[in-house]
Design a protein around this ligand. Structure first.
Ligand code: ATP
Length: 271
C-alpha cells in the first residue's frame, strides 16, 4: 500500500501532463524533443496517417535518443553532410516517406526535397490506398506540390507482398534514395538494386543503417532539417568535390562511433 502511494507520487511527478496542442509542451522541458515526438506520433495515429506499429518504432528510437542525450553527435553530423553531397550529386534523388516521417517532419521533408530537387514518394510497409492518400494530403497541406506513391506500378525485386510496391517514376528509377526509419529487408533489397542509400535510424545495430551507404544515427526530427542545412551550404559545389567527400566517408566508422556513444554515454544536459 505504501509502495502504491509512492509509485503514484513518482509517476505524477514524472509523467508529462497530457496536452491538447503541441504549443502546450514547455520548450524548456528537459525531454522536450521526446514529448513533441510522442505527441506528433499520437496525432498521426488519430489522423490515420501513422500505423499503430509506428508507436513501437518510436518507443525504441526514443530509448536510443535518450542515451545519446537527444543531440546530434559529431559522427551523425559528418554523415549528414555526406548525405547532402549524395543528394546534390544525384540525377534522380527520391525521399521516401512513411507514416512516422509524415507525422514527425512533414514540412521539413518538403523543404529538403525542394532544396535538393528530389521527388517525394509515400512508401508504406503496411500499404493501404487510404493511408497513402491521407499522407499525400497531409504533405500537400505542408507545401508539397507533387507526391508519388499512389501508383505502386513497379516492384522492388526480391521482396514479397505489398511492401515491394513502388512508383516506376519514383523509387524504382531513383539513383539515390533517402529512407528514414526503413525496414531492414527493404533497405537491403534497395541496396541490391544498386541505388545509393541514405538511412536515418537511431539504432546503429539495426539492419537498415547497416545496409546504407550513408547511415545517419540521429533522430529524424533533427536529421532532416540538418540535411537541408548542409545541402544549402554545399549548393554550388562541383561534382568532383562532392565525390571526394563521399569517397572519403566510412559508414562503418560512424556506426561504430554511434554504438560507442550509446554504450559509453555522451556528455549531456541533466535529463
Ligand atoms: P531492422 O528490420 O532494420 O532490423 P527493426 O525491426 O528494429 O529494424 P523497424 O521497427 O522496422 O525496426 O523500424 C523502426 C526503426 O526506426 C528502428 O530501428 C528505430 O530505431 C527507428 N526509428 C523510429 N523512430 C525514429 C526517429 N524518430 N528517428 C530515428 N530513428 C527512428
Amino acid at each position: 500500500m505504501r509502495l502504491d502511494r509512492e509509485l503514484h507520487r513518482v509517476s505524477e511527478q514524472d509523467a508529462p501532463a497530457s496536452v491538447d496542442s503541441e504549443d502546450e509542451i514547455p520548450a524548456d522541458h528537459p525531454r522536450y524533443t521526446d514529448l513533441v515526438t510522442r505527441y506528433r506520433i499520437e496525432q498521426g495515429i488519430e489522423r490515420g496517417i501513422t500505423h499503430l506499429q509506428g508507436m513501437h518504432a518510436e518507443g525504441r528510437a526514443s530509448a536510443f535518443d535518450y542515451l545519446l542525450g537527444e543531440q546530434t553527435i559529431p559522427s551523425a553530423d559528418t554523415a549528414t553532410r555526406v548525405a547532402a553531397a549524395e543528394l546534390l550529386r544525384a540525377d534522380h534523388p527520391v525521399v521516401s516517406v512513411n507514416g512516422n516521417v509524415a507525422a514527425l517532419v512533414p514540412a521539413e521533408t518538403v523543404e529538403l526535397a525542394e532544396t535538393v530537387g528530389a521527388a517525394i514518394e509515400v512508401n508504406l510497409f503496411h500499404r493501404s490506398e487510404e493511408r497513402i492518400q491521407r499522407i499525400v494530403a497531409h504533405l500537400e497541406d505542408h507545401g508539397a506540390t507533387e507526391v508519388l506513391g499512389l501508383e505502386g506500378n513497379a516492384r522492388i525485386p526480391g521482396l514479397s507482398h505489398d511492401r515491394a510496391r513502388v512508383d516506376r517514376e519514383g523509387i524504382y528509377k531513383a539513383d539515390v534514395v533517402v529512407v528514414p526509419l526503413e525496414d531492414g529487408d527493404r533497405a537491403q533489397a534497395l541496396r541490391s538494386m544498386d541505388k545509393r542509400e541514405i538511412v536515418i535510424d537511431l539504432n546503429p545495430l539495426s539492419r537498415s543503417p547497416r545496409a546504407a551507404h550513408v547511415p545517419i544515427v540521429d533522430n529524424v526530427v533533427r536529421a532532416i532539417p540538418n540535411l537541408t542545412e548542409h545541402a544549402k551550404d554545399l549548393a554550388g559545389t562541383d561534382d568532383r568535390r562532392l565525390s571526394a567527400l563521399i569517397d572519403e566517408f566510412d559508414p562503418q566508422q560512424v556506426l561504430d562511433q554511434a554504438e560507442r556513444a550509446i554504450r559509453d554515454g555522451v556528455d549531456r544536459e541533466e535529463t
